[in-house]
Design a protein around this ligand. Structure first.
Ligand code: T4K
Length: 414
């Protein structure tokens, strides 16, 4: 077989031909059975019941309760609104502790409600909030901790439950990545006061846009349902403050259709993860974040950690090189929420207490996976990575001379 790249100048970043003619994305949506989706949408149109507690929504919520083994599922228009509704319904105020190594929505949901996010460092082995560090961040203003199950790998839930219980704090989980995953054999979704899933287009189960708050607390669930629908308790009775967090019927139809293909999507993600793992295993300077195969897992992120000393180039350079080949890797969650506005200006000292977050954010890259990526494409990506690792120092030398980097996503945001 002809090598994908045999000379450094074959790399597209140095003028060679890109390995792929069209872009491979991280987060390309999985599409379930089209006929099934179109049938459902047709039914929605026939019923002329497009939103507000429709039959698709009820069915979707019921299916999630069964799958997760949780009493209540309140589906919402996206996970960010889901977080906001849950935060409000739990009466959080003052300060809430959460990791900085997460998508910005986790922090924004708090700040949007006038609550101060207090960023806590992570355990570099798990990429999740470090319970030992949480204790140090608790003050008299702290009302809750939000754990984020980053990449679908569960937080140290037992430790977080113990410490929030002993300090009488609420415990929420941002489970945006963790639908279909388990912790000690129990499905994510039934821990803490509530957990929030995302069904955004880029998630392995999607409802175009969407999310769900799940809880075993009956009283909280009733509050969440009211809050999702402006606080309406009857046709013309509003009993509390609320917002519009409703999921529409077409989204719920897509969610139901996605759920039907859940096993197929997980199988594709697992196959991709194992192939990347095998083909990158021998590459020095790169490791793939492992998943606990003894648990349920959605394998929706393939996460690389790059060791610059061993590889010769850093994660940002690898990102640029792969993007030039049309492999649109993502640097999630660089540079960390604390280095983004409005937090960067308000908490200028935050990085001092977040050394692990800073180190990790500058070495993590996510690779394309999901049903849109095939075995041949992964082989090509791995061959390019192997080549880059072999030629690391020669590539580094040339990169330094480049006048301009060609990252399509980075230039889009400039
Ligand atoms: N908490 C956590 C821990 C989260 O990760 C997220 C969201 C949330 C809370 C909030 O959930 P939602 O409110 O969104 O339900 C993406 C997603 O937009 C975001 O939902 C997700 N996390 C985050 C990790 O990733 P971006 O900025 O990378 O999205 P975007 O639009 O650049 O999409 C990524 C790639 O996917 C693109 O290169 C193209 C491809 N794509 C995207 C869409 C939307 C497609 O091929 N088709 C599509 O329809 O944030």
């Amino acid at each position: 077989m002809r090598a994908v790249k045999s000379r450094v100048t074959d790399l597209a970043i140095f003028g060679g031909t890109p390995a792929f003619t069209s872009a491979l994305h991280v987060g390309r949506p999985n599409i379930g059975d089209r006929q099934s989706l179109l049938r459902r949408i047709n039914d929605v149109l026939e019923r002329k019941w497009l939103t507000n507690d429709g039959p698709c929504l009820k069915d979707f919520e019921q299916r999630i309760c069964e799958l997760i083994g949780v009493r209540h599922c309140v589906a919402v228009c996206n996970a960010t609104i889901g977080l906001e509704i849950a935060i409000k319904a739990l009466g959080l105020s003052g300060e809430v502790i959460l990791p900085s190594f997460t998508f910005i929505a986790s922090a924004h949901a708090l700040r949007w409600l006038g609550i101060t996010p207090v960023f806590c460092d992570i355990d570099p082995a798990t990429h999740n909030i470090d319970p030992l560090r949480v204790t140090e961040m608790i003050t008299e203003r702290t009302t809750a901790v939000i754990g984020v199950h980053v990449w679908g790998r569960p937080c140290k839930i037992d430790a977080l439950v113990d410490l929030t219980r002993s300090h009488e704090l609420k415990l929420l989980f941002d489970a945006a990545h963790a639908f279909g995953c388990s912790y000690k054999g129990r499905m994510i979704g039934s821990f803490g006061n509530a957990e929030i899933f995302s069904f955004h287009a880029t998630k392995f189960i999607n409802s175009f846009e969407g999310g769900a708050i799940v809880t075993n607390d009956d009283e909280l669930a009733a509050k969440l349902r009211l809050a999702r629908n402006f606080g309406f308790a009857g046709l013309d009775t509003v009993t509390s403050l609320g917002t519009n967090g409703k999921m529409n019927e077409v989204s719920a139809a897509m969610g139901l259709t996605s759920l039907e293909s859940l096993e197929k999507f997980v199988a594709a993600n697992y196959r991709n993860y194992k192939q990347y793992q095998q083909e990158i295993a021998e590459v020095s300077g790169i490791s793939i974040l492992p998943y606990d195969e003894g648990e349920n897992c959605n394998y929706q992120y393939v996460v690389l950690e790059i060791n610059e000393d061993a590889m010769g180039i850093n994660w940002d350079e690898l990102d640029d090189i792969l993007c030039a080949e049309n492999v649109l890797t993502r640097r999630y969650f660089y540079p960390g929420c604390h280095r983004m506005e409005p937090y960067r200006t308000r908490y200028a000292q935050a990085s001092l207490s977040l050394p692990e977050t800073e180190r990790l954010a500058a070495k993590v890259l996510c690779l394309p996976t999901g049903t849109a990526v095939g075995q041949a494409e992964i082989s090509t990506i791995c061959q390019i990575i192997q080549f880059i690792a072999r030629e690391g120092s020669a590539i580094k030398g040339r990169m330094l001379k480049l006048p301009l980097r060609h990252h399509p996503l980075k230039s889009y945001f400039k």
